[in-house]
Write a protein that binds this ligand. Structure first.
Ligand SMILES: [Zn+2]
Length: 457
């Protein structure tokens, strides 16, 4: 018997532990059929030698802005998932602030259609809930949305935020679907106040944008949404937790028995707010990158203490013009928030591994297993078990390199504060349902090879 693919001579890592270095996996019909020592693996039509590498269950990024439909001048499904493949990411979940916004089943179906035509890796999408579409929740659920998102306060894309009353109503309806409701959790009134004040006073530096969105705005929104979830019984998720105080608020919610999950991003763990003095508006993001104290607590309470479930990038491409790259220390109020991340998330986490900040098992749990569990894709995704999707991220954990030139990235827009940063480790190959989509420094797949992930909440 000969199977489709064998990946061999690697160390296999799951949250439960690691075995290696002479291990491998066998794949037939997109599915893992054997995991074992190289001597025990079957013959294969194709063999991938992963000597010296770690083989992880495919990395899942549950927070990207793929921008399609409607904002393809920034990014589209094809370019975003090409970046994912090159970055070692096997499944991505698109945010709903596209044009049109994903607020009704037809828009979700359009987004899925475009993904099926363009994607190199597997994908899903959230649907947005605004003041105007709460009656659409059952239909959006039936149309296959992975989960739901509410933007609290103003955001990129001007999605009107629901009132607290509408949020309670939305929670009851989402609870009935069994799916999870995620938040862009910043208190809009606090932010609007400081934004106006700083503009009036001529405080226009990149760091002023960061300070216009203080930690309390995040912490308060998390605490309020946890209270609402406690009342309504819905499962909630806090996207892009940026601060130690925010992570601690999530941890208190978990202790109270609320089904609250949370993610943080590589940029909050890597940079402190000094980045605004070094790289200016290139690093502008919402919520902003915090000071050293908040970052240390985010590690302590969030990562080491378990308040944070997932790593995700908030990959948010914008053009050089929109970001104001030619004058990065120019008026911050004329710049836009967000930057790309799909091709630097594996290197960032691998570097933390090399520094002893995190074990490989903890990394895999945060970046594959928990995201799949939180969003109802487990064990098909995130498990690395016989009988599940053959999604692998293959990582050389020792290669030292620097992102010298962002033009080498696959995304359409490439603005990132990680340009110039040095890493230990990178993805050397990416396998999605048994297909090698990236290897030898090249994309190996075609647009449309990626598939929509079925949801099973
Ligand atoms: Zn986002």
């Amino acid at each position: 018997m000969s199977v489709d693919l064998v990946v061999e001579h690697c160390t296999i890592v799951t949250p439960a532990g690691r075995t290696g270095p002479e291990m491998g996996v066998a794949v037939e019909d997109e599915t893992i059929v054997a995991i074992g020592h190289v001597d025990q693996l079957p013959d294969a039509d194709r063999r991938l030698d992963a000597e010296g590498n770690l083989l992880l269950p495919g990395i899942i990024d549950c927070h990207i802005h793929n921008r399609e439909p409607g904002l393809e001048y920034k990014e589209d499904w094809e370019s975003a998932t090409r970046a994912a493949a090159a970055g070692g990411v096997t499944t991505v979940v698109g945010m709903p602030n596209t044009d049109p916004v994903i607020d009704q089943p037809e828009h979700l179906e359009l987004k899925f259609e475009r993904g099926e035509a363009g994607a190199h890796v597997d994908f899903q999408s959230y649907a947005v809930l605004t003041s105007e579409n709460l009656e659409m929740i059952p239909a959006l659920d039936a149309a296959g949305a992975l989960g739901f998102k509410i933007f609290l306060g103003s955001t990129v894309g001007d999605v009107p935020p629901p009132t607290d009353g509408e949020i309670l109503e939305a929670m009851a309806k989402v609870r009935a679907t069994g799916k999870r409701l995620g938040f862009h959790e910043e208190n809009g009134e606090i932010i609007d106040f400081y934004t106006e004040k700083f503009k009036r006073e001529g405080q226009n530096r990149p760091i002023d944008h960061a300070h216009s969105r203080p930690v309390i705005a995040e912490r308060e929104a998390i605490e309020r949404m946890i209270s609402f979830a406690e009342e309504t019984g819905v499962k909630v998720h806090m996207y892009h937790v940026s601060s130690g105080d925010g992570a601690a608020a999530v941890g208190r919610g978990k202790e109270r028995g609320v089904d609250v999950t949370a993610e943080t991003t590589p940029h909050y763990l890597w940079f402190t707010e000094d980045v605004y003095h070094e790289k200016g508006n290139v690093a502008r993001i919402q919520p902003p990158i915090r000071d050293e104290h908040q970052q240390a607590t985010l590690w302590e309470v969030g990562i080491d203490g378990g308040a944070i479930d997932c790593i995700a990038t908030d990959h948010a491409p914008h053009t050089d013009d929109e970001k104001g790259v030619s004058d990065p220390f120019g008026n911050t109020w004329q710049s836009i928030s967000g930057f790309v991340g799909l091709e630097t998330e594996v290197p960032v986490m691998s570097t933390f591994l090399a520094k002893g900040r995190l074990t490989a098992e903890e990394w895999v749990e945060l970046h594959s297993t928990r995201p799949a569990q939180v969003w109802g894709m487990y064990p098909q995704k995130g498990s690395l078990q016989v009988g599940t999707d053959a999604d692998f991220t293959i990582v050389d954990p020792t290669v030292e390199w620097t992102l010298e030139d962002r033009d080498t990235l696959q995304s359409k827009s490439t603005v990132t504060p990680f340009e110039g940063e040095s890493f230990v480790g990178k993805a050397t190959a990416t396998v999605v349902r048994g297909q090698i989509v990236y290897a030898d420094g090249e994309i190996q797949s075609e647009p449309g090879d990626g598939m929509r992930v079925d949801v099973n909440p």
